[in-house]
Design a protein around this ligand. Structure first.
Ligand code: ZN
Length: 486
């Protein structure tokens, strides 16, 4: 039985049976989907009073609690979506509670809150004052702070605190005469305890499912017309794109403009200096700036590493495909390959995460362009988790800003990484048919193409990009509008 590996950063692995994986894939077809009908949840436009806003938040929480079991039943538990909702509302599994006692700790400059369900939270004076929720200090409809740092006395202290509304509100009177009130739940969600902060931190972790060649037989698929009309199917598609990094959309009309249709449904196309809004891959008689325009083999690479922030999501739509051999795509999970490198050759991994190479794109296509950027081939985030892969033999320049005696070890490391990438067990082979569109994570998935004969017909692809920030934004909005929460 084929097994897939789910990676919960940092490096917490679970083995997931193939049956779950199949269910996950089938969700995207739009057929086995349990629909959750819920009124749009939004606090935007709510009256500008603290209590009504908090009522809105309580309602949101209740609605989420009600639908949670349904979602758990209908969806594989491995696709966690709390990150995006947590990021939006700051919720972290808060139980019904109230404030038992509140008091001042002048020595530490903290307001201390004793909760009815046990435990104490400590809130720094300056943080409370800076985050006063009154209409003078905070504009609720735009979720925007009105207090400016230049007007904030960072040594301000309360003269009096008390709990009101049967422990539901913390009332603070400040030394400058200002009055603030805070809802218990708002406070609890923002607790500074290590446990609550750790819980909030989980919300920012990507839930990455590593894969190898076995994905060929279990490729996540989505129905293009359904994606364009069904919000829930679109959301599921984006969740898989985030966790797996690759989805094949099918039943795409075989004419140009479909990449932009999907991009506009999610967010919009990311323009680039080289390609403009979209690019066309077709065997051109005069290929000019890019080797992609020839029928030659294309080695595994990620696109546009010459940007400091390269396009996050790539769409490749097959409009016409050649009949004969060749022209098929290779796809490799760069995170999976990087993890293998880390295990097998930690020194090589360290070199690729610390030394930088320079990528360059120069030419004339959409317009005249000259992109230049230094990148780590494997980039880590501040938690030392793998964040992105930047690999392209084609656009890696001869400039190496590293000590001469590091060059040979660096090439050894690149060769090791390259060898792992091309292992048959790591590589998904896919020859798209006309009417299919590959959508993949360009910060993670390496793609290449086998050579083909220009005499075997026309191969016509159209491609475009989106940025992850805009995709995540769309996912949060879908979660909010449809009450989606795992
Ligand atoms: Zn205020």
């Amino acid at each position: 039985m084929a097994l897939s590996v789910l990676l919960l950063r940092p490096y917490q692995r679970l083995l997931v049976g193939a049956s779950k994986w199949s269910r996950l894939s089938s969700v995207l077809s739009g057929h086995s989907l349990g629909r959750i009908e819920n009124k749009p949840i939004s606090t935007a436009g709510a009256p500008e009073t603290l209590t009504s806003h908090m009522h809105g938040l309580h309602t949101l929480q209740r609605q989420l609690q009600q639908i949670a079991p349904v979602l758990r039943a209908g969806y594989p538990p491995l696709v966690a979506t709390t990150r995006r909702l947590s990021a939006l509302s700051g919720t972290c599994g808060v139980q019904e509670s109230s404030m038992e006692n509140v008091g001042l700790n002048g020595a530490d400059r903290m307001v201390e809150v004793e909760w009815s369900d046990g435990g104490v939270s400590r809130f720094p004076y300056i943080w409370l004052r800076d985050n006063c929720q009154c209409p003078q200090c905070f504009k609720r409809d735009s979720r925007c702070r009105l207090i400016l740092m230049s007007d904030l006395d960072v040594n301000v202290s309360p003269v009096r605190v008390e709990s009101q509304a049967r422990g539901g509100l913390l009332s603070v009177e400040w030394s400058d005469g200002h009055q603030s009130r805070y809802d218990w739940q708002w406070l609890k969600e923002r607790c500074f305890s290590p446990q609550v902060m750790s819980e909030r931190g989980k919300g920012w972790q990507r839930k990455t499912r590593l894969w190898g060649a076995e994905l060929t037989h279990d490729l996540p698929k989505a129905d293009f017309p359904v994606l364009l009309t069904d919000d829930r199917a679109l959301y599921d598609f984006l969740v898989i794109l985030d966790s797996v990094g690759l989805v094949l959309a099918q039943n795409v009309p075989c004419d140009v403009g479909q990449v932009e249709r999907l991009a506009n449904r999610v967010a919009f196309l990311r323009q680039t200096s080289g390609f403009g809004k979209e690019f066309v891959v077709v065997n051109k008689p005069n290929p000019g700036s890019d080797v992609a325009y020839t029928p030659a083999k294309l080695g595994l690479h990620t696109d546009l590493n010459s940007y400091s922030s390269k396009p996050g999501v790539q769409m490749l739509h097959c409009i016409e495909q050649i009949e004969g051999d060749g022209g098929d795509n290779s796809l490799v999970d760069g995170f999976n390959a990087a993890h293998q490198l880390k295990e097998e050759n930690p020194d090589a991994f360290r070199l690729l995460t610390t030394l930088k190479v320079t990528f360059r794109h120069v030419g004339v296509d959409y317009n005249k362009y000259f992109l230049l950027q230094r990148q780590n081939v494997i980039r880590l985030n501040d938690q030392d988790d793998i964040q992105s892969i930047s690999y392209s033999d084609q656009s890696r320049t001869s400039m190496l800003d590293m000590p001469a005696d590091q060059v040979q070890p660096f090439y050894d490391a690149l060769k090791s990484f390259n060898t792992i990438m091309y292992l048959p067990g790591n590589c998904v082979r896919l020859k798209m048919a006309a009417g299919e569109m590959m959508v993949f994570d360009n910060t993670r998935v390496l793609h290449g193409r086998s050579a083909y004969s220009p005499d075997s017909g026309t191969r016509h692809l159209q491609g475009g990009y989106m940025d992850w920030d805009d995709v995540y934004s769309r996912m949060r909005v879908l979660e909010m509008d449809h009450g989606i929460k795992e």
